[in-house]
Write a protein that binds this ligand. Structure first.
Ligand code: ACM
Length: 272
C-alpha cells in the first residue's frame, strides 16, 4: 500500500443511473461497479448514490436516510475499500439526531472514515436537509490530501479555495448535477487553485416528485493545469480513470514569478 501523500496515484469516477428509493439495488450496483473498476487508489461515486435525489416529501427522505456511524452504506463502503485497497467517496442521505444531511463519506482501506455534510444546499434540498454544520474537511489519505465538496458547493468558489489553502491536492465532488455549467466551471476551480478536481456525477431521471429531473453525467477528472484527463458521456454509465501526479498540485508557482497563494490580496477583497 502507498503511504500518505504518494506522488502518483490512480483515480476513478464512477457514473451510473441511481434508481430512486431502491437503496438495496443501488448498493448492489455500487458494489458491482467498484468491484469491476480498474485498480485505483481513489474511487469517487455520485451524490445521494443510494437513495436517489428528488424526494417528494420529508417522510420519503427520512425513510431513505441512514447513520454515518453504522448504516448499511458505511458497512458496504468499508468492505469495498478494504477489498479494493482504495479510498472510496460516496454520497448518501445522512440521518443524524437533529435531522437529515446531504452527506458524503470518505472511507480508507483500513476503515478510517470521515463524513462531510454538504454546506450549500440546492433548491428543494433545503426542504429536507439541514445545511452542513462544519467546514468541508481536507483528509490525508493513501491517495493524497483530499478536500471534499458535494455538487452545488461548486457554485461557491470560496469553498474550493478554502480546501486548497488548507493543502488539498485533489477536490473530490460527488454530484447530482442538473444545471449546465458545473463541468466547465470545475476547469476554473482546478486552475485557480492548482488542484485536481474529480466530479462524479450521475445519469438518469428522477420522477417521484411529480416532475422529471434529468442528471447530466459528464463526470470528469481535470488537472491543476486545466487539462481534462478523463470524461464520461452525458447518458451512459461509465468508469473513468486517470493517473494524477500530485506534485503538480503542490506547485503553486505561476509563470515563474507568481505564486497562487502568496500573491493573494485579501485585504483588498472587501465584502468577502
Ligand atoms: C445539486 O447540488 N445536486 C444540484
Amino acid at each position: 500500500m502507498k503511504g500518505p501523500c504518494a506522488v502518483k496515484i490512480t483515480a476513478a469516477c464512477i457514473q451510473f443511473p441511481v434508481q430512486f428509493a431502491m437503496a438495496d439495488a443501488n448498493r448492489a450496483v455500487m458494489a458491482d461497479l467498484v468491484g469491476s473498476a480498474p485498480q485505483a487508489d481513489l474511487l469517487v461515486l455520485p451524490e445521494l448514490a443510494v437513495s436517489g435525489y428528488d424526494f417528494p416529501d420529508l417522510a420519503t427522505a427520512q425513510s431513505l436516510a441512514e447513520s454515518f456511524e453504522e448504516g448499511p452504506t458505511r458497512r458496504l463502503v468499508t468492505a469495498l475499500a478494504a477489498e479494493r485497497n482504495a479510498t472510496l467517496i460516496v454520497g448518501y442521505a445522512e440521518q443524524a439526531p437533529e435531522g437529515l444531511y446531504n452527506s458524503c463519506m470518505l472511507v480508507m482501506p483500513d476503515g478510517a472514515a470521515v463524513n462531510y455534510r454538504k454546506l450549500h444546499l440546492f433548491n428543494r434540498e433545503q426542504r429536507w436537509f439541514l445545511p452542513g454544520d462544519k467546514p468541508a474537511p481536507v483528509v490525508d489519505t493513501p491517495a493524497g490530501r483530499i478536500g471534499l465538496l458535494v455538487c452545488f458547493d461548486w457554485f461557491f468558489p470560496e469553498a474550493a479555495r478554502s480546501l486548497a489553502l488548507r493543502g488539498a491536492q485533489i477536490l473530490a465532488q460527488p454530484a447530482n448535477l442538473v444545471l449546465p455549467w458545473c463541468q466547465r466551471a470545475m476547469f476554473a476551480r482546478s486552475v485557480e487553485n492548482r488542484v485536481f478536481t474529480l466530479t462524479a456525477n450521475r445519469i438518469g431521471t428522477d420522477t417521484a416528485a411529480g416532475r422529471e429531473l434529468c442528471f447530466t453525467g459528464q463526470s470528469q477528472i481535470v488537472s491543476p493545469h486545466g487539462e481534462t484527463l478523463a470524461a464520461a458521456p452525458s447518458d451512459a454509465p461509465a468508469t473513468i480513470t486517470a493517473t494524477l501526479d500530485l506534485a503538480l498540485a503542490d506547485d503553486k508557482t505561476v509563470a515563474g514569478e507568481n505564486h497562487l497563494f502568496e500573491n493573494r490580496r485579501p485585504e483588498f477583497y472587501p465584502g468577502l
